[in-house]
Design a protein around this ligand. Structure first.
Ligand code: UTP
Length: 279
């Protein structure tokens, strides 16, 4: 953890089935898929730490125990490799375990991302919090994406979503926003639509898996009806905040890999490997 942040808790909704990676995800959480030697969720935790957070709240589901074990000490393994050249390979995860607190709750039924976030409320309590979807892996040479968003939260004191320009033909995979550009790359959101068909999309500005949410989102989610796909959508709840002018969207600096898809996962693996050869 580098700096003092007004946001202390980062929530990781990680209860989804990860069906696009079956059979790999039959008994292993998608969030534990490795890119090089690190599981996706560890990249997310490191990004949250870089943004000044030290409380990690994880919404899990059935078959996700490997996540809890990953963020815990493994005495037997550590004893085995102590004093060998392999010991350093556990240094990063040991640092995370030392610096952060982890808490878990289970989403019993997969009713959508909005429902997963509402399920996390007892872990977050009533304060602004960050959300990372670990299957969106974000890398940046400078400041991390969440860190960039915390700065905007400090300035605007409202919910913040990260956006990127996507291929207009792919709007039906994302929540899409429209709004007024108030600073270069920063929008005050007026409209949000979940997974619109390309013909119905207001723009090609898509929300990716990083949010800072003010706690009134829980009150809104409690009464949000199932939307697209019969799921409780965070986009629909955010729309209620946007109507009051309380959502800012930011085109972040950095690169996002959609590691929830095979293509994005392979791209991340290849590019991070090439990068590692240069270091
Ligand atoms: P996705 O729809 O991308 O994940 O949800 P998925 O359902 O696990 O993947 P596929 O489509 O079957 O391959 C985005 C994020 O929201 C979480 C997921 O874990 C993922 O991080 N999520 C989604 C929940 O925690 N609960 C839900 O009910 C739905």
């Amino acid at each position: 953890m580098k700096k003092k942040s007004p946001i202390h808790v980062c929530l990781f909704p990680a209860a989804g089935y990860g069906t696009r990676f079956l059979p790999a995800t039959k008994s292993m959480p998608k969030e534990m898929l490795p890119v090089l030697t690190k599981p996706l969720i560890q990249y997310g935790v490191e990004e949250a730490m870089e943004a000044g957070m030290n409380t990690m709240a994880i919404v899990t589901g059935r078959g996700k125990r490997a996540i809890e074990d990953h963020f815990d000490i493994s005495y037997e393994l550590e004893h085995q490799i102590k004093g060998t050249s392999k010991e350093k390979m556990l240094a990063d995860i040991r640092h995370i375990i030392d610096k952060c607190t982890f808490s878990y709750t289970r989403q019993k039924e997969m009713k959508g991302l909005g429902h997963a976030i509402l399920t996390g409320k007892p872990l977050v309590s009533y304060q602004p919090f960050a959300v990372i979807l670990a299957d969106d892996l974000c890398v940046n040479e400078g400041e991390g994406v969440l860190s960039q968003m915390v700065k905007l939260y400090e300035k605007y004191q409202c919910s913040i979503v990260a956006i990127e320009e996507i291929d207009p033909q792919q709007t039906d995979r994302y929540g899409v926003i429209a709004g007024v550009e108030i600073e270069p790359g920063i929008y005050r959101v007026s409209t949000m639509v979940e997974k619109p068909a390309p013909a119905d999309a207001p723009t090609n500005l898509a929300i990716i898996g990083r949010y800072i949410l003010t706690p009134d989102i829980f009150d809104i989610l409690r009464t949000t009806q199932p939307g697209k796909g019969g799921e409780i959508q965070i986009t629909d709840a955010l729309m209620a905040q946007a109507l009051a002018g309380n959502v800012i969207a930011c085109k972040f600096q950095g690169k996002r890999y959609d590691c929830g898809s095979i293509d994005g996962y392979v791209e991340a693996t290849v590019e991070l490997y090439q990068q590692s050869l240069k270091n």
